[in-house]
Write a protein that binds this ligand. Structure first.
Ligand code: AR6
Length: 178
């Protein structure tokens, strides 16, 4: 079994769940979040808006995850997680980013999902250095796969060729055959 790396638009994937790199409001934004909301349609925003607020404007703290349906997406579910904003690497960013991957996998398992696809959480607007983020994505997903049965298919989605290569290198460095 391997962690898959795939290059392209995550909104086109017919998997049990795609992960959204959201913000704490869960009310949409740019990047992959905007693409997911556009492709899913307005019902996705309505379900997000109906999720309970932990405090005004915050539905999901950084490092946590919330599930919704996928609506017009080919994916059945969207798992919305909030990556850390990169500051200097000393504000718990690595642990928070690791939580995004691990808690998404835990929720997918709890929901009985067999396939999940992740974008490069925090690597766009939130400014996380790609190599460091790829190492965390590879570590968390490989560790999960080595100790759990489901979700059986775990896909790291690279939006461009450079990210694709960095993901492959990160997985190889952790012992996954190329
Ligand atoms: N499919 C796959 N990957 C994509 C797609 C796509 N359609 N579009 C972008 N990416 P970002 P963040 C890649 O900025 O850094 C939003 O406004 C992109 O190239 O989407 O976690 C939210 O509301 C990059 O590698 O997410 C938050 O406010 C990766 O997805 C904030 O941005 C993540 O980039 C979250 O910032």
């Amino acid at each position: 079994m391997k962690i898959e790396v795939w290059q392209g638009d995550i909104t086109t994937l017919a998997v049990d769940a795609i992960v959204n790199a959201a913000n704490e409001s869960l009310l949409g934004g740019g990047g992959v979040d905007g693409a997911i909301h556009r492709a899913a349609g307005p019902q996705l925003l309505a379900e997000c808006a109906a999720l309970p607020e932990i405090r005004p404007g915050m539905r999901c703290p950084t490092g946590e995850v919330r599930a919704t349906a996928g609506y017009n997406l080919p994916a059945k579910h969207v798992l919305h997680t909030v990556g850390p904003v990169w500051q200097d690497g000393l504000r718990d960013e690595p642990a928070l980013l690791a939580n995004c991957y691990w808690k998404s996998l835990q929720l997918a398992e709890k929901l009985g999902l067999t396939s999940i696809a992740f974008p490069a959480i925090s690597c766009g607007v939130f400014g996380y250095p790609l190599h460091q983020a790829a190492h965390i994505a590879a570590t968390e997903t490989l560790t999960w796969q080595r100790s759990h049965r489901e979700p059986q298919r775990i896909i790291l989605v690279a939006y461009n060729a450079a990210t694709f290569k960095v993901y492959q290198q990160a997985l190889a460095a952790l012992g996954q055959p190329v």
